[in-house]
Ligand binder design. Sequence first.
Ligand code: MG
Length: 236
Amino acid sequence: MREAGKIVAEVFELMREKIRPGVTTGELDLAAERLILHHHAKPLFKGYEGFPAACCMSVNDEVIHGIPGKRELKPGDILSVDVGAEIYGFCGDAARTFPVGEVTPEVAELLRATEASLYAGIEMAVIGNRLGDIGHSIQTVAEAAGLGIVQDYVGHGIGREMHEAPDVPNYGRPGRGLRLAEGMALAIEPMLNLGTGAVRTLPDGWTVVTLDGKPSAHFENTVAITADGPQILTVL
Ligand code: MG
């Protein structure tokens, strides 16, 4: 899983280099897919329930599951890239939201707080804690920043399959839910909005957008629960 995670992390390094005003989400997706294939890994999203690309590319008010295409990024946009890779029969899944050029202070704070909420959740991914501890920790950071929590979509277990049990909500009550044990791996993935946490799906059947049209950010890591504490697998 660490090998799969490193490939996913490399995709983000490549995106960081390539994201600029004028580039299309389709061009970025193609570059990401080439990198995954170069490692003889499988782009997990491509063909997943018919999804047509290697990455989900979600811009501004798009929360998740945006389809890469001809859309050109503009200064002030934010782009969420969600990507998965499989190698040696194991999966890695992660997401980052990138600013395109200068973004407003409000949007910069959305990105900062969403990433901070992910790391607050990861800190709780220790043996003996419960799923509710992870969700509560994310929720606390989100609410302190005044952000809306997307509740319709959640994180998940991950291993030989990208989506395994259990669900990992981005909200919860401390001390409640499944007890965390050594060897579990979770994809923890807060999706936080500048406005309401309510979302809807566009007629393309994939793209999930905020109900109020305000921007949304998404940060995700695949995390292993070990005797040495949480190990983030989707970093270099
Ligand atoms: Mg995921």
